[in-house]
Design a protein around this ligand. Structure first.
Ligand SMILES: *Cc1c(COP(=O)(O)O)cnc(C)c1O
Length: 399
């Protein structure tokens, strides 16, 4: 491999770029995970995580990718054969359903076309039909990373309430947390599933569950086998500032630093920044004359944008060209979207100029790959960002 000068652009929707501050925080001697310094570390990161998830309830951390936390959410609250209602919003929802099936649950999968979010009315109708309350949990993905579609979790909560259904609400916030407003308590979520490598700006390797009171009560009665993922021993050890196994110490150093950075920027500013970059990206895509995968403007994701390539033009080849010529990685189409879609990640440690560099790489790549488009997308994004910078409190309305 020849040396590539300058910074690699990692613009996949996770893992995201790890800020230098976080990298430096992790390059430190590993400490005794039973000592007083560790106790302080545990307390700070658990309190910080609760702030980001917007909850007063405990957060359980796992040294695992997000997939582990998906399994934990199910294994801690459900029993063999339990029916769970899930919604086919895309690839990640489909993967979570696969875990439910393999654990011996009975998922009811509301079909979807991978271009829309969860339909609250459809959820309500299914729950209303379930007079015997066979459905024990509703499991949805807040931000579907394969499609760039964000579902309205408050509407799903309202659906449960309107149907007067006691099912638990389990929500995957892996690619929305610390990028898009997410409110565990206010939205009445019972278990939130998150991971480190997206908006939290850490490398892969940490994930978590935020656990409400109703979920804790379900945990006491749930009969799926659980050991490593069991919340019980972790919550008990966390009370004293420790873990029941050797924790991922250096990732926790990184998490502490990332949480301090998010706190310093302020969550509202973090969300506004992601909204601004997403809107600038969509203006670029429209100017190129390409189609957004997400159909409903109210469901546009602020952490990534998925773009359809015109019929007969392989999105995978475009990404190969962009990587080869400009040293930038973009997200491939996943599952049924392979070759049809490319995904621009604009989440995590990111600013106006990193977005413009990213969009410039896409626009040059479109030309080199011979994909029919209009030039000027970068200019449209630039104009939007300039307008936002001129009057930072009054961002122009979405076009
Ligand atoms: C990235 C992602 C996951 C998968 O997590 P892993 O860390 O790869 O196990 C799950 N759900 C969503 C929405 C994601 O974006």
């Amino acid at each position: 491999m020849p040396h590539a000068s300058g910074r690699h652009f990692l613009q996949i929707p996770g893992p995201t770029n790890v800020p230098d501050r976080v990298l430096r925080a992790m390059v430190a001697p590993t400490i005794d995970h039973r000592g007083p310094a560790f106790r302080d570390l545990t307390r700070e990161v658990l309190a910080g995580m609760a702030t980001v998830v917007q909850t007063r309830h405990p957060v359980v951390l796992f040294p695992a990718s997000g997939t582990g936390a998906w399994e934990a959410a199910l294994a801690n609250t459900l029993s063999p054969g339990d029916r769970v209602l899930m919604a086919e919003t895309g690839h990640f929802a489909t993967l979570w359903k696969g875990i439910a099936t393999r654990l011996g649950l009975d998922p009811l999968f509301l079909p979807g076309d991978w271009r829309r979010g969860v339909d609250g009315a459809q959820v309500e109708a299914r729950l209303a039909e379930d007079g015997v309350h066979a459905i024990k949990a509703v499991c949805v993905v807040h931000n579907e990373t394969s499609t760039g579609v964000t579902s309205d979790i408050a509407a799903v909560r309202r659906a449960l309430d309107a149907a007067r259904h006691p099912a638990l609400l389990l929500v995957d916030t892996i690619s929305s947390l610390a990028s898009i407003d997410y409110r565990h308590d206010e939205w009445g979520v019972d278990v939130t599933v998150g991971a480190s490598q997206k908006g939290l700006m850490l490398p892969p390797g940490l994930s978590f569950n935020a656990v409400g009171d109703k979920a804790l009560a379900a945990h006491a009665a749930a009969r799926l086998p659980r050991s490593y993922w069991d919340w019980g021993p972790i919550l008990a050890a966390n009370e004293k500032g420790f873990f029941p196994y050797t924790p991922a110490t250096n990732l926790l150093f990184g998490l502490r630093e990332a949480l301090r950075m998010l706190q310093a920027e302020g969550l509202d500013n973090v969300f506004a920044r992601h909204d601004r970059h997403a809107e600038a990206t969509r203006r670029a895509v429209r100017t190129w004359g390409l189609e957004l995968l997400c159909v409903n403007p109210s469901e546009y994701s602020s952490s990534l944008t998925a773009v359809l390539t015109p019929e007969g033009h392989d999105a995978g080849r475009l990404l190969d060209v962009i990587l080869d010529r400009f040293d930038m990685a973009l997200g491939v189409g996943l599952g049924i979207l392979a070759g049809k879609v490319f995904r621009i990640g604009h989440l995590g440690d990111f600013n106006d100029l990193s977005l413009l560099g990213t969009l410039a790489g896409v626009e040059m790549g479109l030309a080199l790959a011979g994909i029919p488009h209009q030039s000027g997308g970068v200019g449209a994004a630039l104009a939007h960002l300039t307008e936002c910078a001129r009057s930072p409190t009054a961002e122009p309305a979405p076009a």
